[in-house]
Design a protein around this ligand. Structure first.
Ligand code: NAI
Length: 246
């Protein structure tokens, strides 16, 4: 129970990696604020967590909406009392080769993945600075480091997450807040299930471990960063990709 009495705020926690992260943190004693655009599925995750003996609440949240983010954090603190951990997980793709990429698709991906991380981090550090303790964990991607055809918007948003992580790490180290990023490779979720089979086969060839990752592989790393035990690690990027990029 390394997170006993913690409160963790997870974005995009209705499914996939975010859901598994919320469950893993709860298994280790944390109370959870489950947030997502999809309230119905967020409620399902939250119910499952409540049955594990910790407190949980669910909120509909579009992380790209500044007023919505502010309100969500206010409601979370009112109900849960504090916020120890923020997991910036909500993310989307809108793929197209550069010359065909629509400006609106560039903007939406940057708004959700990068601006969403900025808005949530800003609200979280206000609360964490008063507590003199906090853990910010943001989900980047291997695409930020390797590039990927069709993902100029996504790759830029995920590289931006590394930039904000390092700056927040420096600005808030003195307040007991750490900020780290995780860069997963190919993880089996709805986001990657949508890829054509031939693309998946090509990707598999690039993975020395010859398997795709699971949401659990990512959740275990989030758990470590969330714990008190990771306290001397900040501004780092942890790659979880079966050796695809090193
Ligand atoms: P997913 O598509 O299965 O789940 C994403 C969740 O975010 C959904 O529940 C969705 O409703 C929610 N969401 C979407 N837009 C939102 C918004 N504006 N505000 C709040 N919630 C929103 O995706 P998956 O695979 O679980 O990905 C989670 C994170 O991990 C994303 O940031 C993704 O970019 C990142 N990632 C995923 C990889 C993979 O291979 N699956 C690899 C590297 C990074």
């Amino acid at each position: 129970m390394i997170l006993k009495d913690f409160v963790s705020f997870v974005t995009g926690a209705a499914q996939g990696i975010g859901r598994e992260v919320a469950l893993e943190l709860a298994r280790n004693g944390s109370n959870i604020v489950v947030t997502d655009m999809n309230l119905e599925r967020a409620e399902e995750t939250s119910k499952e967590i409540s049955s594990m003996g910790v407190k949980s609440m669910s909120l509909r949240l579009d992380v790209s909406n500044p007023a919505g983010v502010e309100e969500a954090f206010q409601r979370a603190v009112k109900e849960m009392g504090r916020i120890d951990v923020l997991v910036n997980n909500a993310g989307i793709v809108k793929d197209a080769l550069l010359i065909r990429m629509k400006e609106e698709d560039w903007d939406r991906v940057i708004d959700v993945n990068l601006k969403g991380t900025f808005l949530c981090t800003k609200e979280a550090v206000r609360i964490m600075a008063k507590q003199r303790f906090g853990r910010i964990i943001s989900i980047s991607s291997v695409v930020a480091f390797m590039g990927n055809p069709g993902q100029a918007n996504y790759g830029a948003s995920k590289a931006g997450i590394v930039g904000i992580t390092k700056t927040v790490a420096k600005e808030y180290a003195g307040r007991g807040i750490t900020a780290n990023a995780i860069a997963p490779g190919f993880i089996q979720t709805a986001m990657t299930d949508a890829l054509p089979e031939n693309v998946k086969e090509e990707m598999m060839k690039a993975i020395p471990m010859a398997r795709f990752g699971t949401a659990g592989d990512v959740a275990k790393a989030v758990l470590f960063f969330a714990s008190k035990e990771s306290g001397y690690i900040t501004g780092q990027v942890l790659h979880i990709n079966g050796g695809m990029y090193m």
